[in-house]
Design a protein around this ligand. Structure first.
Ligand code: APR
Ligand code: PHB
Length: 389
């Protein structure tokens, strides 16, 4: 088998890149370790930046998103049970769109299959090889049979736990990491969302977030300690704690119900540099992770796809590898800005176990400043709706 680009990993990054390359007539094959059902069964954040929407439009997968997505012109912030609004639209002339990442992935799968794109699911032991030669290839096993695809280039879109990042020699790669001493306990419930807009709440007991998927599907999170066990969180205990942390108007009106999903996730910031080596290009979670505060994970993966797709287009159409050589620098410049923003949202809205009274006062004054200063609000808004590519 031979193709132009082998894409390792069929999550949102890999699928979007595949689709955009196919639109430009560049051959590609996606190798995904899991089944399609497994990939589209994952529940992830659902706030899309404008730039992400434009990329999905280019990929021809925005019809359902346009019908079923919800445009949000603002977000609510809360502090000591007092809520206030950040008017994203007024501050930036942009909005965000609430549409689940799961739905984005489903739309991409459907479109790729319809257009005869190639996704090989259940591809085991995927291994990019001879990356620093003129004959790179990727080997894998399908139904126990060894296979090999010769290619020009490999896109490593295989997430944080994938194989691609480990191909870059240790002498070249440098990683930067921050782990946070808490996690998010999240539930999905078939209840109407408590508010038309997302609420990010700072509270003495810890952070809370009220989010949604649609008019009758709510997503709520509370900060918990990392050693918390999911079995210890009955639905009632979750709702009681959430109500303590949200702004009073929301706690008074929230409609509760039984949860249809409940899980705890750790929070981490991580970046690897460079994001490319020889014929290998890392994209999305394979190269970086952000904590979910600020909803940047998917959006950041899409901006990597933007830079790589552009570079590959110039390589195949205009025979210039300049943008491929610049890919890591270009992508990282935006990555670090999102890393900074997600870190800032996380540190400003969560309670740290070792938080001193001084730290507490600094956090309080940061949020008070946000409520009262348009300049401060604009910084948040500009980052939240997404920095330009
Ligand atoms: N071989 C093939 N596929 C692999 C391998 C491997 N060795 N390892 C992992 N994968 C697959 C995973 O099964 C997954 O489907 O790669 C895919 C990576 O997808 P994501 O982890 O979703 O990463 P990405 O596509 O970069 O998406 C980034 O979306 O999933 C969210 O939290 C993520 O918000 C972030 C954004
Ligand atoms: C979600 O809806 O799951 C969500 C929304 C916003 C975030 C994180 C998660 O910042």
């Amino acid at each position: 088998m031979r193709t132009n680009v082998v894409i390792v990993g069929g999550g949102p990054s890999g699928l979007l890149l595949s689709r955009l390359l196919s639109v430009d007539g560049i051959d590609n094959i996606v190798l995904e370790k899991q089944s399609e059902e497994h990939v589209i069964g994952r529940i992830r954040a659902g706030v899309l930046e404008n730039g992400t929407i434009e990329m999905l439009e280019k990929a021809g997968v925005s019809d359902r998103l346009k019908n079923e997505g919800f445009n949000h012109d603002g977000i609510q912030l809360s502090f000591k049970n007092h809520g206030f609004r950040i008017n994203l639209k007024q501050l930036t002339n942009k909005h965000v769109t609430v549409y689940g990442q799961t739905e984005v992935t489903k739309d991409l799968y459907k479109k790729i299959k319809k257009e005869n794109g190639i996704i090989i699911n259940n591809a085991k032991d995927v291994l990019p090889q001879a990356i620093d030669t003129d004959k790179p290839c990727v080997t894998f096993k399908k139904n126990g049979v060894e296979k090999k695809i010769m290619c020009d280039l490999v896109a490593g879109c295989d997430g944080f736990h994938g194989i691609s990042r480990s191909i870059i020699p240790k002498s070249i790669i440098k990683t930067y990491e921050r782990t946070y001493p808490f996690g998010w306990l999240g539930i999905l419930s078939e209840t109407p969302p408590v508010s038309d807009e997302l609420i990010y709440a700072n509270h003495g007991n810890g952070f809370a977030l009220a989010s949604m998927r649609n008019e009758n599907l709510s997503r709520y999170y509370i900060q918990t300690s990392l050693d918390e066990k999911i079995e210890n969180w009955s639905d009632k205990k979750f709702w009681d704690e959430l109500k303590k942390r949200l702004p009073t108007e929301a706690s008074d009106t929230i409609i509760t119900g039984s949860s249809i999903e409940k899980s705890i996730a750790p929070l981490r910031s991580f970046v690897c540099e460079p994001m490319s080596w020889e014929k290998l290009f890392l994209v999305g979670d394979a190269a970086h992770i952000v904590p979910p505060t600020g909803a940047k994970g998917l959006n950041l993966a899409v901006s990597d796809v933007y830079y790589l797709h552009n570079a590959l287009k110039n390589y195949y159409k205009f025979h210039t590898n300049y943008d491929l050589k610049m890919y890591s620098n270009n992508a990282l410049s935006r990555v670090w800005k999102s890393i900074r923003f997600s870190w800032w949202m996380t540190t400003t809205f969560h309670k740290f176990p070792d938080q001193s009274s001084f730290d507490q006062r600094i956090q309080d004054s940061e949020i008070e400043y946000l409520e009262n200063s348009v300049a401060s609000q604009r910084v948040l808004a500009e980052n939240y709706v997404g920095l330009p590519y």
